[in-house]
Design a binder for this molecule. Structure first.
Ligand SMILES: Cc1cc2nc3c(=O)[nH]c(=O)nc-3n(C[C@H](O)[C@H](O)[C@H](O)COP(=O)(O)O)c2cc1C
Length: 135
């Protein structure tokens, strides 16, 4: 069963800035706003993030691959927590795709790496009868 089902993709695609949480090996949390995050349709259940400025986030992913992203649509009253394991890539198709995507939007920016997030769990985050349930 895919994790990034259509309702999750729709809410994800409506968000322009993503709250992206990482944690150090010892469990110290870190959350940052990220603009360059999108569903990576080339691979199932995968989100591509462009690392333009990541520092603590980058170090955290190196030592602990777990990432959580929060997305919501207040109009439709839908919200999800997306969790998975990430890898950092500095060459190959995903990196080239991230580079082309960032430079199309911001020609002066050059991503240092791409972060490929393989989604493993999605939870309902909207208050209501299904709050907290895994999809
Ligand atoms: C609105 C906004 C959008 C941002 N988008 C990105 C992004 O797409 N990629 C990125 O690497 N950093 C982005 N940043 C910077 C990160 O939020 C953060 O400052 C950076 O990762 C360094 O923090 P860290 O040391 O906790 O990783 C953005 C910052 C803001 C305020």
């Amino acid at each position: 069963m895919p994790k990034l089902v259509d309702s999750v993709k729709e809410v994800f695609n409506k968000n322009g800035i993503y709250a992206v949480a990482t944690a150090s090996a010892s469990g110290l949390p870190n959350v940052v706003p990220i603009h360059f995050a999108k569903i990576y349709e080339e691979e199932e259940d995968t989100i591509l993030l462009a690392d333009n400025f990541m520092d603590k986030s980058y170090k955290n992913i190196e030592e602990n691959p777990w990432i959580a992203i929060s997305v919501w649509d207040t109009g439709k009253k839908l919200a999800y927590q997306i969790k998975g394991q990430a890898s950092i890539v500095k060459s190959g198709k995903a990196f080239d795709d991230a580079l082309a995507w960032v430079q199309k939007v911001k020609p002066d920016l050059k991503p240092k790496s791409a972060v490929l997030l393989k989604v493993t769990n999605v939870y309902n985050c909207q208050p209501g009868p299904d709050l907290g349930k895994e999809l």
